[in-house]
Design a binder for this molecule. Structure first.
Ligand SMILES: Nc1ncnc2c1ncn2[C@@H]1O[C@H](COP(=O)(O)OP(=O)(O)OP(=O)(O)O)[C@@H](O)[C@H]1O
Ligand SMILES: [Mg+2]
Length: 596
């Protein structure tokens, strides 16, 4: 077959294949254009999840008739002033969103340039462009996309139900709205108003959390810790959800690079690494992180829908975010999610009572009296290595009243499972198993960092066959993994030989481990996966070794546990992200009884 040049419409449809995947992606392009046009009010109307109609109305700077004629041409943009792809100051820059949409749908754009006397309209129907004609519009731009993909029926088959297309569209708007609290956003569907985010005129630092709370939902503001760090001109700010405030999917992880919503593998991997030993593997934290990077240090031209970016110095970014998240989480490590306390308290509440917010202040670290004797009954039930890990503690000096400690003095054990303690300003209920498990785990982890990883050579080295790409990635980590006790070397094409393994992992399925690590590498590109595995093992050991629910404890034992929790980082939740204690303030108890 002879080579021929493709028609412009076909070229645009091929571009649409990459950029416009579903109504939500068309909507994203239109709303980003409105933001780029400096709009302060963006109104979105959808029909049938956007499949039938997407309408975006903005009050931005608008376009005159010449620009209207150009804007639907491929590779026509007003956003690359210096032809410099590393100086991108707008969300758009490719100059292909509108022609792509026009090639697969019925597109109409009506616009009035700011200060102009008249408005104009241009239409594109499945790639056929109409003349620019006079039209009526008071200001800004109105874009309508009808019957998306009607010109490419094959694409229609991939669309989901209007309901799930709508949900994807709302998610897009919410992400853009989070990064732009100064803009009002409204979304209606089939005539019903679904979202209305009023413009917040305060400082970004005040406005952003307000809008986040509105989008992420109640409890967000009370269950997050602020993140704020700068290194070499790169700034990270935002919020890290408490580990006890987790979700079933990573959908509530909102990431922005220079106010552009992204779903970036590097960033998702860093988040996972920061929370890895605070959450069960199948639970996901809630985070909203805004990264500000000088434009020349980040390439946004790596993904057709611009949802991924590439950093010039990925290690710098990774270290900055990991450090900032860990510091933020350490700050609040002894705080349990308020939703937990609020839920607990709700059960007590008389019908119709108002709900309160519960703030927990982290216990001050250090400065506590030595823990009282911790004599575990039934010690024989513990495996020897765990018993060895348990220490005996000197009795507490009596000078400090126990209620002066943040977690107070134990007054009772309920159902052989919960410790009730009286604190200076309320009461605390501790889940003894969850709490002890965390203490054990932190202790194991400290040992690991202090003494390093014990290795064990395999009598018969194990071979693992991977894909070429995976083998290459895995071998690139060989030096790093050797430090963690996993010694590998190449063994013919795409096969890896495992010579030594961390002693803690001896006897486990090594081929599976290496395969998992390889998968993790391709998913997250993060070198912490092995450390992650080790800590998962620690976590399992801690769980088995810790004091069970259902074991009766003496008062000295209970107090010792409380004192240890006060001294241990991250003791506010167990390894699976469940809280280890809930705390009620005296004032809250008084409210329950109508004393306040
Ligand atoms: N709502 C709007 N208000 C004002 N001008 C607009 C609007 N939408 C589009 N334009 C103009 O039309 C041009 C083309 O838009 P289009 O979305 O196709 O490309 P782009 O935004 O430049 O780049 P990208 O393809 O990356 O989105 C823009 O550069 C802009 O000048
Ligand atoms: Mg655009």
């Amino acid at each position: 077959m002879a080579i021929r040049r493709l028609s412009p419409t076909l070229i645009n449809r091929i571009a649409a294949g990459e950029v416009i995947e579903r109504p939500a992606s068309a909507l994203k392009e239109l709303v980003e254009n409105a933001i780029d046009a400096g709009a302060s009010d963006i109104d979105v109307a959808l029909e049938q999840g956007g499949i039938q109609l997407i309408r975006v109305r903005d009050n931005g700077r608008g376009m005159g008739p010449e620009d209207l004629a150009l804007c639907i041409e491929r590779h026509a943009t007003s956003k690359l002033a210096d032809d410099d792809l590393l100086a991108i100051h707008f969300l758009g820059f490719r100059g292909e969103a509108l022609p792509s949409i026009g090639s697969v749908a019925r597109l109409s754009i009506t616009s009035r340039a700011r200060g102009a006397q008249a408005a104009y309209q241009v239409r594109v129907d499945a790639g056929i462009v109409s003349e620019v004609t006079p039209a009526a519009l008071s200001d800004g731009t109105l874009v309508e996309v009808r019957d998306l993909f009607y010109a490419v029926p094959a694409r229609l088959k991939f669309l989901k139900s209007p309901r799930s297309e709508l949900n994807a569209a709302i998610d897009i708007i919410e992400r853009l709205a989070m990064a732009h609290p100064d803009i009002r956003f409204r979304v209606s569907h089939d005539g019903r108003m679904l979202r209305d985010f009023p413009a917040l005129t305060q400082d970004w630092l005040i406005a952003a959390p307000q809008r986040l709370e509105k989008i992420i939902g109640q409890g967000f503001a009370a269950n997050v810790s602020p993140v704020d760090a700068t290194r070499e001109g790169i700034h990270i700010s935002g919020f890290a959800g408490l580990p006890t405030f987790h979700r079933a999917t990573a959908a509530a992880q909102y990431l922005f690079v220079n106010r552009r919503p992204v779903r970036d593998r590097l960033l998702l991997g860093v988040i996972r690494a920061a929370y890895q030993d605070l959450l069960a593997r199948d639970r996901h934290p809630v985070v909203a992180l805004f990264l500000e990077v000088p434009t020349e240090q980040v390439d946004v031209n790596v993904h057709p829908a611009k949802s991924e970016v590439r950093f010039r110095d990925a290690q710098l970014i990774r270290g900055l975010i990991l450090g900032a998240l860990k510091a933020s989480l350490a700050e609040v490590s002894q705080r349990a999610a308020t939703t937990v306390a609020a839920t607990a308290l709700h059960a007590f509440q008389p019908q119709g009572a108002a709900s309160y917010g519960y703030g927990f202040s982290p216990a001050p670290r250090g400065g506590f009296a030595a823990p009282a004797a911790m004599l575990w009954r039934n010690e024989t039930a513990l495996a020897p290595q765990h018993r060895a890990a348990m220490q005996e503690y000197a009795p507490a000096p009596t000078s400090v009243p126990l209620s002066a400690h943040p977690l107070g003095a134990a007054v009772a054990q309920l159902h052989s499972t919960y410790i009730v303690a009286e604190t200076a300003d309320g009461l605390v209920i501790v889940d003894q198993h969850a709490a002890h498990e965390r203490l054990m785990y932190e202790k194991f982890k400290a040992e690991l960092t202090r003494d390093g990883v014990a290795r064990q050579a395999l009598l018969i080295p194990e071979t693992v066959t991977l894909s070429d790409a995976q083998a290459e990635r895995v071998l690139a980590r060989a030096a790093e993994w050797a430090q963690l006790g996993l010694v590998i070397e190449p063994f013919g094409e795409s096969t890896i030989l495992v010579r030594e393994v961390p002693a803690m992992l001896a006897g486990s399925n090594i081929a599976q481990l290496v395969q998992d690590l390889a998968d993790d590498l391709s998913l997250y590109e993060d070198g912490l996966a092995l450390a992650d595995k080790l800590e998962a093992v620690l976590s399992t050991m801690a769980c088995h070794g810790s004091v069970r629910a259902g074991r009766a404890l003496s008062s000295a034992e209970m107090n010792a546990l409380l004192r240890q929790m006060e001294q241990t980082p991250f003791s506010g939740q167990c390894n699976h992200g469940r809280p280890t204690y809930v705390s009620l303030k005296r004032s809250d108890i008084e409210k329950l009884f109508g004393r306040r």
